[in-house]
Design a protein around this ligand. Structure first.
Ligand SMILES: *[C@@H]1O[C@H](CO)[C@@H](O)[C@H](O)[C@H]1NC(C)=O
Ligand SMILES: *[C@@H]1O[C@H](CO)[C@@H](O)[C@H](O)[C@H]1NC(C)=O
Ligand SMILES: *[C@@H]1O[C@H](CO)[C@@H](O)[C@H](O)[C@H]1NC(C)=O
Ligand SMILES: *[C@@H]1O[C@H](CO)[C@@H](O)[C@H](O)[C@H]1NC(C)=O
Ligand SMILES: *[C@@H]1O[C@H](CO)[C@@H](O)[C@H](O)[C@H]1NC(C)=O
Ligand SMILES: *[C@@H]1O[C@H](CO)[C@@H](O)[C@H](O)[C@H]1NC(C)=O
Ligand SMILES: *[C@@H]1O[C@H](CO)[C@@H](O)[C@H](O)[C@H]1NC(C)=O
Length: 814
């Protein structure tokens, strides 16, 4: 091995371990499902960017907007295309667009960004149309999708730039949109286009300061309102802060709202919102960091709108951090701040920029930014055009609230390291005990969906499911709660998946420990079944969500020991696959606990005994030990009876001559292995599925060894710094391979990232290098058939890492 590649491997390993050690308390999904067979996929040749979606339960279709195409897909099976409409840009438009300096094949196309219901048969559609947005009407009748050709101006309703985030909402005949109104994308507006009075936001910086719009929805607050309040449209975005004194621009997350009945002002704020108020949204990590940035929001509606909750995904604003968070905000908390909170006001400071501080003076009546309610009506103000100038001027100059909005529980519901979270939907599930749980489905930037619940403060990720093979970002996520389906779109395809598939859990213990509110064990049919499909008779069903208590499960047959033959001097591998990423394997040899050392390697798929000798014969037990809430659950996964073979000796079971050299040789042996007659009946069936992919030993027990790990990490980091110095010195002189690795690695990561992200977050490829992504780390390695268990979370050490470690080990002995 030449020096530099080795050094780069070592450094990658150290980086991985650093992140693993620092973040071991953040969500690891209990289960990882890499290639689910219950997905339905839709994609069409030469069509990309499936990132706009409208579910029409009423018509039984999913309307899907992509680049230059709109499809109507069967809502029960999106692989079935019912109809499609193509809407390409004209050559002339494309030429115009390229003259203005945009790329013909990328930006000068028509990206469908808006699909809204108008009435039973009609849908409003807008596309970027080669940086010249236009809108049109689509009809869906007799299974046919048609574009009417009544084209309308799309400026302000749809972005010019296909990579720019934006949000819009149709309320009755009014289209609310938050986007840029110019070609350069530099003039943000919040617009209401309607027959009555079209309104927009003011261009003042205090209204919108380089915003990135994310989400919008309406809350019907006029329902049973004691003070005759109005419905409100809530908008979520991030923008540059005015409230921090900082040497550089800091972004913050915001929620803003406007009233549905707003008609603008008479003299002040004519044709502009008189009810635009905004406040900071806080969703903070336990450790100090720059404010997290909102990426997507879902409104969990409740019959009583006061109990509705906004779920938001937040990601770091600097590429240095890797932790995403989910926070929930109650509509009542948001309302209280807008309706009764203090405002911020500008004070001029001689030396530097203006400062924004709490306004302590008198607030005019009617309250600035309030909707027209009974208080205003009593004062003779029946609509916003009758509001006094004093109120209007106040809200024009001070739309920002002083208080920030804190999450419901005071802290995030979920923290997750690794690939960033991109989209969220939330389902409300009634469990067997009739309690309701909010299950979050969260898309990631590498094509996974995380299914998570917060059980009384405990963050729990039930499973992660890979839905996009190419590991692209999830660009859109939609839920049909009534059908129990989730729809996710990315650049290359769109998928449909069930909210749960309980049949994946084959026995009672697995079913209960999954702690999936959709699933319960039915003791009559002996199946893990969907709670909805069960005739509710809790007598014959087992579910224990908060405790994960399996004591109600019927007793299982004890495991039979499997015979294994050992050949002295060879290595012996005993498979033991755990059913949970959260579990650890505890091995026992004749009732003595085995510690990993230079004889025993304990790794994710089993135990490796190096240079076995006669004295290694005996009974081996593999226990899966898992922490569930506050209790520890242990169960035996495998039993092996290891003994010398009877004469004449059978072929060796598993042979690895020396670790570190013979992955390929090992694979050759696998074949013989599964067919040797040295195994008992149980093994031949079990071993095939249990046989691990040819991995090298790993330390599964990272958690328990964190402290010693941290010390070694510190030492290794120092070493790494020195080594890095050496690398760069070499590079400066010789352009060695290592930097090539750095480049390709960075590029690969860049490509994987959604363009939205790159724009929104300014993440650079250098910082990406620091991100622990096992996919990328391993992709540079010959042993690409390795199946790593947790997406992006390096709580298992991979092959190259161990090679690196081995290398240090040898060198340091010199
Ligand atoms: C659940 O998964 C099993 C296999 O894991 C599959 O055969 C079955 O069709 C899936 N069920 C649903 C409802 O998709
Ligand atoms: C559309 O998809 C293509 C192919 O994956 C991708 O290169 C491009 O960046 C996407 N465009 C947008 C606007 O997301
Ligand atoms: C879904 O539709 C596809 C394409 O029409 C078809 O091949 C497949 O069998 C359908 N799946 C189900 C479960 O109906
Ligand atoms: C739906 O809206 C379109 C466009 O506004 C209109 O032309 C059509 O008549 C409406 N259809 C129904 C059934 O209301
Ligand atoms: C407001 O409406 C009430 C009742 O609808 C009416 O009596 C009153 O004159 C109106 N006030 C103004 C200023 O228009
Ligand atoms: C694995 O565990 C053993 C024993 O605890 C320890 O000596 C070794 O350094 C660990 N290896 C790694 C890669 O952490
Ligand atoms: C294997 O073990 C035997 C004795 O148990 C020892 O003599 C031999 O040197 C060991 N081989 C290796 C490669 O460690």
């Amino acid at each position: 091995m030449s020096l530099l590649p080795t050094l780069s491997i070592v450094c990658r390993f150290i980086i991985c371990v650093c992140c693993g050690a620092l973040n071991d308390h953040y969500g690891v999904p209990r289960n990882t499902i890499l290639h689910p067979n219950d997905l339905k996929v839709f994609r069409e040749d030469n069509i990309f960017n499936y990132t706009t979606m409208l579910l029409r339960d009423d018509l039984g279709v999913v309307l899907l907007g992509a680049r230059e195409a709109i499809f109507a897909l069967d809502i029960n099976n999106i692989s079935t295309r019912k109809s499609g409409v193509y809407w390409p840009v004209t050559e002339e438009k494309q030429r115009e667009c390229t003259y203005k300096g945009k790329q013909a094949e990328v930006e000068c196309r028509n990206y469908i960004r808006t699909l809204h219901i108008i009435n039973d048969t009609t849908v409003y559609v807008c596309g970027t149309y080669a940086f010249s947005p236009i809108c049109d009407y689509l009809t869906f009748a007799n299974g046919q999708l048609l574009r009417t050709g009544k084209q309308e101006e799309g400026k302000g309703k749809c972005p010019f730039d296909p990579f720019q985030r934006y949000s819009s909402l149709m309320v009755g005949n009014d289209l609310y949109s938050a986007t840029s109104i110019n070609f350069l994308g530099s003039e943000p507006v919040i617009l209401r286009s309607s027959g009555l009075v079209a309104l927009r936001s003011d261009f003042k910086k205090i209204w919108l300061n380089e915003p990135n719009f994310v989400f919008m929805d309406i809350v019907s607050e006029s329902l049973d309102s004691p003070d005759g309040d109005d419905d409100k449209v809530y908008l979520f975005f991030s923008e540059n802060a005015v409230e921090y004194d900082f040497y550089t621009k800091v972004k913050v997350s915001r929620v803003a709202r406007v009233c549905k009945g707003d008609m603008g002002g008479q003299r002040t704020l004519q044709r502009k919102w008189t009810s635009f108020l905004k406040a900071r949204l806080d969703c903070s990590l336990p450790e100090p960091s720059l404010p997290l940035i909102v990426q997507d929001v879902f409104l969990m509606k409740h019959k009583d709108w006061r109990k509705s909750v906004f779920y938001g995904i937040f990601t770091p604003q600097s590429g240095l951090s890797q932790v995403s968070a989910v926070c929930a905000f109650s509509i009542s908390d948001i309302r209280n701040i807008f309706n009764g909170g203090k405002f911020k006001t500008r004070v001029a400071v001689e030396s530097s920029q203006d400062k924004w501080v709490m306004y302590t003076g008198e607030v005019p009546v009617p309250r600035p930014g309030a909707c027209i309610n009974d208080v205003a009506r009593k004062m003779g103000v029946n609509e916003s055009r009758q509001l006094p100038d004093k109120t209007l001027q106040f809200v024009r100059d001070r739309p920002l609230m002083d208080d920030a909005i804190s999450p419901v529980t005071g802290r995030p519901l979920l923290l997750k390291t690794g690939p960033l979270l991109t989209r969220i939907v939330v389902d409300c599930v009634t469990a067997l005990n009739q309690q309701k749980y909010h299950v979050m489905f969260i898309g990631t930037e590498n094509g996974f969906i995380q299914k998570a619940v917060n059980y009384a403060g405990e963050m729990f990720i039930i499973e992660e499911i890979q839905v996009v093979e190419s590991r692209e970002p999830i660009g859109i996520l939609r839920l049909s709660s009534s059908k129990g389906h989730l729809y996710a779109g990315s650049d290359s395809s769109v998928i449909q998946m069930p909210v749960s598939n309980c049949s994946r859990y084959k026995n009672c213990v697995d079913c209960v420990l999954s702690r999936d509110p959709y699933c319960a064990w039915d003791t009559t049919s002996e199946q893990c079944s969907s709670v909805q499909s069960l005739s509710i008779s809790p007598k014959n069903t087992v579910q224990s969500l908060e405790e994960g208590d399996v004591s109600e499960c019927p007793a299982q047959d004890p495991l039979e020991a499997v015979d294994f033959h050992l050949v002295p001097g060879n290595n012996l591998q005993l498979p033991c696959r755990l059913h949970s990423n959260l579990a650890q394997a505890h091995w026992k040899f004749s009732d003595q606990t085995l510690e990993a050392n230079n004889k025993y390697y304990i790794y994710s798929e089993g135990l490796l005994i190096l240079n076995a000798s006669t004295s290694d014969g005996g009974l081996y037990t593999c226990d899966s030990v898992e922490q569930i809430g506050s209790r520890t659950f242990s169960r035996t996964m495998a039993l092996y009876n290891v003994q010398l073979p009877p004469a004449p000796p059978a072929p060796p079971v598993v042979v690895i001559s020396t670790p570190g050299t013979t992955v390929a040789k090992y694979s050759d042996h696998t074949h013989t292995h599964t067919h040797t007659h040295t195994q008992t009946r149980t093994l031949t069936t079990k071993a095939k599925e249990l046989m691990p992919s040819p991995l090298f030993p790993e330390n599964l027990t990272a958690n328990s060894k964190v402290s010693s790990l941290k010390v070694s990490v510190a030492l290794l980091s120092l070493l790494c710094l020195c080594l890095l110095g050496v690398i760069f010195w070499f590079w400066g002189r010789k352009h060695l391979k290592c930097l090539k690795f750095v480049q390709t690695f960075g590029e690969r990561e860049g490509r994987k990232q959604s363009a939205e992200y790159i724009h929104g977050q300014n993440r650079t490829s250098e910082t990406k290098l620091l991100e622990p992504k096992s996919g990328a780390v391993i992709a540079n390695n010959n042993h690409s058939h390795v199946d790593f268990r947790v997406n992006g979370d390096n709580h298992l050490v991979n092959i190259s890492a161990l090679e690196g470690l081995g290398y240090i080990h040898d060198e340091s002995e010199i």
